[in-house]
Design a protein around this ligand. Structure first.
Ligand SMILES: Nc1nc2c(c(=O)[nH]1)N[C@H]1C(S)=C(S)[C@@H](COP(=O)(O)OP(=O)(O)OC[C@H]3O[C@@H](n4cnc5c(N)ncnc54)[C@H](O)[C@@H]3O)O[C@H]1N2
Ligand code: MOO
Length: 395
């Protein structure tokens, strides 16, 4: 049996980086920036007011209350400024440039709000309510490092330094192909022995959640010719093929039968669920074959394919965060295998409840889980109250 880490290396090695392209900032959510982004400007770009109020020389209002003339009005966006003469004020709005000569802003609440003249009732220290140029970012600073994930704050920062497009790696195009003669599409009645196809929907969603593109092919029965036909004219446009089902030890293992001798290796991996796995290259396209049991397929996706797709897209961090938590129930794990149990983590309490048993058909338990409980290969028994490692699925 291969270890989980060995199979992960195999899968990581299969899916190379996609090429870098520049796309609009607004389309980059969840992708990784492919190169360092240096700011061509400072942030703030100019000294500006943090308050609606009056630009002053602090020493002029040291003996407040004082009344001073208001010589100019500075809304945000004003680009031509007049010098603030001693003994005068200029009305200024939040975000507006501080005029030369001013060294503080007194907020409107400390004044009578006058337009031609203003009564100022309180003093302010020099520098008060002025946001200095470059306080946040200096010209030439690296504001986003290559590999950083582009969430809302990162996209906002890129926009703030004037970027219209960002370099990202093209979203990998993944073909999803489910197999099994028992599978029926939604909307059709089930005969005894049939089930609704669900892995295709689930895996495509998991792929899209990474930022990659998924194309779900029509699922095929356990028939090698039908399997080859489903892929035949799709290969040119694919960066990766992901199949589910047809890889264990039965008499009708269509994926194994179709791919064996065609560049894909099948192996058992020391994990539960997800033991039967396959990986390789079929006519030049990387292939990962997942087991058909729905929980096995999804857990295998989490363990192998999510990191591989993130790596292909240039993310510096390819794994989800883990933490330790106190487990509330005992569990048993098969010797020599890494077990991934479904759990509900209470983040605040630091405890985790198991949901469902170890069975890889228990999809409803997976659907209420927010984490995987990871039981290492060397551990057979875990007692209630023990500390375990959990991988958050909602992070
Ligand atoms: N003699 C052995 N039998 C099995 C072994 C073994 O080592 N020796 N391994 C077991 C393990 S572990 C797993 S996991 C499964 C993997 O089997 P396959 O990948 O060949 O998958 P199938 O047999 O096609 O299906 C398994 C199960 O999942 C259901 N399924 C499949 N595809 C879908 C789909 N797209 N949507 C919903 N459900 C699906 C299928 O009906 C089966 O119930 O093999 C064990 N057997
Ligand atoms: O390894 Mo199978 O994936 O347990 O059910």
């Amino acid at each position: 049996m291969a270890s989980v880490d060995e199979h992960l290396s195999t899968v990581l090695g299969l899916v190379g980086n996609t090429p870098v392209e520049r796309i609009p900032v607004a389309d980059c959510l969840g992708l990784a920036i492919a190169e360092d982004l240096r700011s061509p400007i400072a942030l703030p770009p100019f000294d500006n007011s943090a308050m609606d109020g009056y630009a002053v020389r602090a020493r002029d209002i040291r003996d407040a209350p004082v009344e001073l003339p208001v010589t100019d009005d500075i809304p945000a966006g004003k680009t031509e400024l007049s010098e603030l003469a001693p003994g005068t004020t200029q009305r200024i709005m939040t975000g507006a440039p501080v005029p030369p000569g001013a060294d503080a802003v007194v907020q409107v609440e400390l004044t009578d709000g006058g337009v031609d003249r203003v009564l100022i009732n309180g003093e302010v220290e020099p520098g008060m309510h002025i946001r200095r140029a470059g306080e946040d970012v200096q010209v030439g600073d690296i504001v986003l490092h290559a590999g950083a994930e582009l969430g809302p704050a990162q996209l906002g920062l890129a926009a703030a330094v004037g970027a219209g497009e960002l370099p990202v790696r093209r979203r990998p195009r993944v073909l999803v192909l489910s197999t099994g003669s028992e599978l029926v599409a939604a909307g059709n009645p089930l005969l005894p022995g049939q089930i609704y196809e669900s892995n295709g929907v689930m895996l495509a969603a998991a792929i899209r959640a990474t930022g990659a593109l998924a194309e779900v092919l029509s699922f095929v029965p356990d028939d090698v010719d039908a399997f080859h036909a489903a892929l035949a004219d799709r290969l040119d446009s694919a960066d990766l093929i992901v199949t589910s089902g047809g890889v264990s030890a039965g008499a009708y293992e269509v994926v194994k039968d179709a791919f064996t001798g065609n560049g894909v290796e099948f192996r058992k991996v020391a994990m539960q669920p997800g033991m039967p796995q396959g990986a390789g290259n079929y006519r030049g396209v990387p292939v990962v074959t997942l087991p058909g049991n729905p929980v096995s397929a999804q857990v295998s996706f989490e363990v192998f394919l999510r990191p591989a797709l993130r790596s292909a897209m240039g993310h510096a961090v390819i794994q989800r965060p883990t933490r330790s938590a106190v487990i509330t129930q005992a569990l048993h794990s098969p010797p020599g295998r890494r077990q991934f149990r479904r759990g509900r983590l209470d983040h605040a309490a630091g405890t985790v409840d198991l949901v469902g048993g170890p069975g890889s058909h228990l999809l409803s338990a997976l659907a209420v889980a927010n984490c995987l409980v990871v039981v290492p290969e060397g551990v057979g028994e875990v007692a209630a109250g023990d500390s375990v490692t959990v991988v958050g699925l909602d992070a």
